[in-house]
Design a protein around this ligand. Structure first.
Ligand code: HEC
Ligand code: HEC
Length: 235
């Protein structure tokens, strides 16, 4: 089974220690055994439970140790579009993008039917909101930055917009949000010349400082929990 061997290959790949228990040979073997199932796209949540849940969790909540993001409630169109990018090598092909490479290897092993089914399943999962910011000191600046630099494409509620191909932000975990903004900034994501929409984010992040990235990640946490970036007259 292709998917299963891909996961096994990722597990044993030198240096990629992406399971919490991977120092321990026995638990690694046990983990591999649980993956020893054929992916049956016809059963409900077939591909999700058998493949995706291993890294993204049974509720799509993600796993910090594996650096796999919380994906629950992402729109199906966005997932299918990103999977196309992984397939085409517009995402996850950069030599320094280890996490993107992992996800790309999974996508390459799936059929179009399995992708559709998994995307549908994920989109129906209850959103796991981005963590609230611990430090609320910079929320005002974050709100201003979001309103001026992000809202036009990601909307005032951070839910994204299909016509702009822009992602939903309010369900993504902090560490993933930070890493993606850094990935666009360094060109690990979005710099492929054929990736028109990714390039928009490369432009947006090109002059961003680490501090600004932190402030934006904090603000997206606040946005997820009800903050409104719009000026009062536009609400
Ligand atoms: C081997 C672990 C692993 C498996 C199995 C896996 N993923 Fe992932 N996935 C990841 C990692 C790591 C990332 C982060 C990639 C990055 O940082 O760019 C990711 C990223 C994603 C993204 C991008 C999220 C975004 O907001 O752009 C989606 C969507 C996704 N995975 C869905 C799935 C689905 C659906 C499946 C099952 C078909 C699956 N994944 C299986 C590890 C995995
Ligand atoms: C011109 C429109 C536009 C603007 C402005 C914009 N974005 Fe984006 N954003 C996009 C698009 C399109 C994507 C999907 C890109 C891709 O496919 O890689 C995206 C993707 C992202 C992602 C990756 C999400 C994921 O699930 O992996 C993050 C995080 C993000 N944007 C944050 C921001 C922030 C924060 C700002 C403001 C500083 C911003 N964006 C401004 C259009 C925009």
């Amino acid at each position: 089974m292709k998917v299963q061997s891909t996961i096994a290959a990722l597990l044993v790949a030198g240096g990629i220690c992406f399971l919490a228990a991977c120092q321990d040979d026995l638990s690694e073997q046990a983990r591999l055994d649980t993956l020893d199932v054929a992916v049956d796209a016809s059963s409900p949540r077939g591909a999700y439970e058998q493949v995706c849940a291993n890294c993204h969790g049974d509720k799509g909540q993600g796993n910090e140790d594996l650096k796999s993001p919380s994906i629950a409630g992402l729109p199906a169109w966005y997932i299918e579009e990103q999977f196309q990018k992984f397939k085409l090598g517009q995402r996850g092909a950069h030599q320094d993008d280890i996490e993107g490479q992992q996800m790309r290897a999974i996508v390459m092993a799936l059929t179009d039917e399995q992708i559709k089914e998994a995307a549908q399943t994920v989109s129906e999962m209850e959103l796991v909101l981005t963590e609230k910011p611990e430090d609320e000191a910079n929320l005002e600046r974050g709100r201003y930055m979001f309103a001026n630099n992000c809202m036009e494409c990601h909307r005032y509620n951070g839910k994204g917009e299909v016509v702009f191909h822009s992602a939903q932000l309010i369900g993504l975990n902090r560490s993933y949000l930070r890493r993606q903004l850094e990935n666009y900034h360094t060109g690990k994501r979005g710099s492929d010349p054929s990736d028109l929409y990714g390039q928009k984010m490369v432009d947006v992040t090109s002059r961003m400082t680490d501090e600004e990235i932190d402030i934006l990640v904090d603000y997206i946490g606040a946005l997820a929990h009800g903050d409104d970036p719009r000026p009062a007259r536009e609400r």
